[in-house]
Design a binder for this molecule. Structure first.
Ligand SMILES: [Zn+2]
Length: 451
């Protein structure tokens, strides 16, 4: 007779958004078969001892860019080493390309190379000619669409006309609009003025992308979303000043979701002054007051998700600042630095951490309860996290192709030591055990008020 469980994870502390309990997790095939104390060990093909460890739902990182140093395969590898089991990638439909073709290309590449299950967001770089494709793209299983309110000079910016047009259609089709909220034209003016004056770019970087211009764009996006009745997801909230308008919109009961990133919770502009272009990200690293206010917003439930904005670029400290590209590697260090700054300091508990990293993203993008929770019938996507494992973050032990990490030498207490997806072991003893191409495409589905 075959065993009742293929794998039994024994004696760990099972973490969910609403609580924590000591229980065994029995896995059969791709799914969790039982979560109960004292499951019969003799009925399992393999037993893993998890005593003293947290058994957490795998991290669902909904903000990654597989178009730079890490492709969909490489990105899934580095993310997996950090405790992530599911990714949602931004598919960049550059001007002159069709959104549909781009989505299909990403679906194909992911199915061939990804170690992890993955979804896709459409990223519109040329909305006026790409918006019309939205209904067909939703049929392909992609229901979220990102637009940039910034990067005007790069010609990535969506103006308010197209933003309103897009949100109107996205709302009608049952999708979700996502925005990078910074006022692109005003920041470009400030940058030009500063370049003309020949100011030290690193010093003025913050001044050229000030908090007012993020808060203004957040308010504008919220306003356009309100009048078009469009669900809105604000990516990478970085500034204290953005919290107020978001809080009001949420109090009014509007479908507004907010993400922040580990870098805004664990670093400030001090890192920018030390590391120069390496720490050039958009929105910029901000002040200690911003960092603490974002933590407060996390604690008060204003922030819904934490995601990495993993965008690894080749950069050197000495590069000319304004020519250096935006972005940093974050996927692999995300869980451990956020745990260290959030849980070890007592700011949040481990259950809130599981909400931010797993449960909420699963709910927002329609993966729940298949993913984002450890329950009977859910996919066996889980991570063992050792809260007593001290370690030092170093670029040389990470798996991104980025030539650096912003956390070099940072000491952290607690790290993921084992992970699996749908019963397949991913990371064990620091090594990827699964094969590329084992990940599956996941359709996103957005919950609307009428549903
Ligand atoms: Zn991003």
């Amino acid at each position: 007779m075959p065993n009742r469980y293929d794998l039994l994870i024994r004696g760990g502390l099972v973490v969910g958004g609403s609580g924590i309990r000591k229980a065994d997790v029995g896995i059969k095939g791709e799914q969790i078969h039982a979560v109960e104390p004292e499951l019969p060990q003799q009925e399992a093909s393999r037993v893993i001892d998890a005593s003293g460890k947290y058994v957490m739902p795998g991290v669902i990182d909904v903000h990654v860019h597989p178009v730079y140093e890490d492709n969909m395969g490489g990105l899934s590898l580095t993310a997996a080493h950090g405790g992530t089991t599911t990714l949602v990638h931004f598919a960049y439909a550059k001007p002159g390309t069709k959104l549909i073709d781009t989505i299909k290309k990403y679906q194909e590449e992911g199915s061939q190379n990804s170690f992890l299950d993955f979804g896709i967001h459409g990223a519109l770089f040329d909305p006026s000619s790409q918006i019309g494709e939205i209904p067909k793209v939703i049929d392909l299983g992609v229901a979220s669409f990102k637009m940039f309110m910034t990067y005007a000079k790069l010609k990535w910016m969506t103006d308010d006309y197209s933003l309103t047009d897009a949100m109107d259609l996205i709302a009608e089709c049952g999708g979700l609009a996502m925005v990078h909220a910074e006022n692109g034209l005003a920041t470009d003016y400030l940058e030009d003025r500063s370049l003309k004056k020949g100011e030290d770019q690193k010093e003025v970087f913050l001044k050229t992308r000030p908090d007012y211009l993020e808060a203004e764009a957040i308010f504008r996006a919220l306003s356009i979303a309100a009048i078009t009745h469009c669900p809105l997801y604000i990516v990478h909230l970085s500034t204290a000043m953005g919290v107020g308008p978001i809080e009001r919109a949420k109090a009014e009961g509007r479908p507004v979701y907010v993400e922040t990133c580990p870098q805004y919770l664990t670093l400030t502009n001090e890192a920018l002054l030390q590391l120069g272009p390496l720490a050039k990200i958009g929105p910029p690293l901000r002040t200690e007051v911003d960092r603490l206010t974002i933590w407060e917003a996390v604690q008060r439930g204003i922030v819904d998700t934490i995601a990495s904005d993993h965008a690894p670029k080749v950069k050197k400290k000495e590069d000319p600042f304004f020519e250096a590209p935006y972005g940093s590697p974050q996927a692999e260090s995300m869980l451990t630095v956020t745990y260290d700054e959030g849980v070890n300091t007592g700011r949040i508990g481990v259950c809130r951490l599981a909400q931010l990293f797993s449960e909420n993203p699963a709910k927002i993008f329609g993966f729940y309860p298949k993913k984002g929770t450890i329950e009977k019938g859910s996919d066996a996507d889980l991570v063992l996290f050792d809260p007593n494992r001290a370690h030092v973050i170093q670029h040389r032990t990470q798996h991104s192709k980025a030539p650096y990490t912003l956390y070099e030498g940072r000491r952290c207490l607690g790290m993921p030591i084992f992970s699996m997806q749908r019963g397949r072991i991913l990371i064990e003893d620091g090594v990827m055990k699964a094969k590329p191409g084992g990940g599956r495409f996941l359709s996103t589905k957005i919950k609307h008020a009428e549903d």
